[in-house]
Design a protein around this ligand. Structure first.
Ligand code: FAS
Ligand code: PHB
Length: 390
């Protein structure tokens, strides 16, 4: 097989890149190691920045998002029995965010690609990327029991944290941070107990109330690293969430049947550079952020927007200015999102080795945001999404 851009990975990064290239008349092929059913049901992110919504509209993939997405104008912080809302439009010149599950983004992109192209091969596992320094890199992959090759002009490594692409890059530098706790995430068939997301810091640990629709709630609570979800029966989950969200008024947490439970480790990871020869990394293949800042999926999208601009520039004019600066353009935003996600994580989670000093500093940070328009505006600007660097 031969194509202009070989895309390894059919998650949000790979699928959105394929859409943007296809609409620009650039042929590409997506190789996804898992089945369609698997990638479409994988519970992950839920909050889209305005830039992500814009990119999906630009890709012609936002029809359902525009009707079913829940537009939010702020978040609520809860701490020490207090509650404080951070408004986005008044602090950012009009920006909002949208709740629309990553599973739905993936379903929309898969449906479009299967209907209109470019080729999307499921259960096609990339085994190696050969000759990335040449002008014709080759992806070796296994599909339908056979080993095959895909010769490309460019290869996009969109294969996530556990993919093969990052390993193809020589040397480079990785930065990593493991947090001493994890998130237990649950999906529940119950109407959300809030209009907007609630981020709660309590002595017992962090809790987040998100949602998927007017009848489905998505909630997370901080648990010790290595926690087994089977040790958390529904009643224990609801009791702990209620304790962590408790405030001094008549607010109550609505309960319902939990339909999914999973534990996600909390870590940050950045690999530099994000390009080697004709191989370019995008999304979780290059970086991971703790989900407290809701940045993972949105960072993958911003990498892809930059990558698509660069490939279109090269395809149309032979110029490679954006591609030549791809890594530094992406990493500017990656490190800002990593900084913000690290700040939010350390402000809201209780460390197992933390002490009274840590507790007071966390409260002081939260009270500063509640009392200062400048501090609240800084959180709103980062949460709703910093501008693309081009
Ligand atoms: P992905 O990992 O989504 O996609 C990579 C794809 O490549 C996968 O489909 C994989 O099967 C495929 N692949 C891997 N190796 C391959 C190979 N050799 N050949 C072919 N295909 C291969 N972000 C948030 O903002 N909020 C959250 O709450 C949140 N929760 C998360 C929970 C979990 C358990 C995880 C793992 C991540 C979570 N994230 C969250 C981050 C998540 O949303 C990612 O940022 C997002 O999926 C990144 O998309 P991709 O870069 O496309 O990587
Ligand atoms: C989600 O809805 O899955 C979600 C929202 C915000 C976060 C993390 C996860 O910070």
């Amino acid at each position: 097989m031969r194509t202009t851009v070989g895309i390894i990975g059919g998650g949000p990064a790979g699928l959105l890149l394929a859409r943007l290239l296809h609409r620009a008349g650039i042929d590409c092929v997506v190789l996804e190691s898992r089945s369609r059913e698997y990638v479409e049901q994988r519970q992950r992110a839920g909050m889209l920045e305005q830039g992500t919504v814009d990119a999906l509209r630009e890709a012609g993939a936002a029809a359902r998002l525009d009707t079913e997405g829940l537009v939010h104008h702020g978040i609520e912080l809860r701490f020490d029995g207090e509650r404080h809302r951070v408004d986005f439009p008044s602090l950012t010149g009009g920006r909002t965010v949208t709740i629309y599950a990553q599973t739905e983004v993936v379903k929309d992109l898969v449906a479009l690609q299967l209907a209109e192209g470019p080729p999307l091969l499921f259960e096609a596992e990339a085994l190696a990327v050969e000759k990335p320094e040449s002008g014709a890199p080759v992806v070796r992959f296994r599909h339908e029991g056979r080993e095959r090759t895909l010769t490309c002009d460019w290869v996009a490594g969109c294969d996530g944290f556990h993919g093969i692409s990052r390993g193809v890059l020589p040397a480079g530098r990785s930065y990593t941070r493991a947090y001493p706790y994890a998130w237990l995430g649950v999906l529940a068939e119950v109407a959300p107990s809030c209009e907007e997301l609630i981020y709660a810091r309590s002595e017992r640990g962090f809790a987040l109330h998100s949602m998927r629709s007017p009848s489905v709630s998505r909630l997370y609570l901080q648990v010790p690293e290595g926690t087994d979800a089977r040790d958390w029966p529904d009643d224990r989950v609801w009791d702990e969430l209620a304790a962590r969200f408790a405030v001094g008024d008549d607010w109550a947490l609505c309960r319902g049947p939990i339909t999914a439970k999973s534990v996600t480790p909390m870590r940050a990871f950045v690999h530099e550079p994000m390009r080697h020869g004709r191989l370019l990394l995008a999304g979780d293949a290059a970086h991971i952020v703790p989900p407290t800042g809701a940045k993972g999926l949105n960072l993958a999208v911003s990498d892809v927007r930059i990558l698509a601009r660069g490939l279109v520039e090269w395809h149309r004019s032979g110029e490679s200015h954006v591609l030549d600066h791809y890594s530094e353009l992406c990493l500017q935003r990656v490190w800002q999102a990593t900084r913000f996600s690290d700040d939010m994580t350390r402000m809201l989670h209780t460390r197992p080795d933390g002490d009274a000093f840590d507790h007071q500093v966390q409260l002081a940070r939260l009270r500063r945001i509640a009392a200062s328009r400048e501090a609240a505006a800084e959180l709103a600007a980062n949460y709703s999404g910093l501008p693309l660097p081009l």
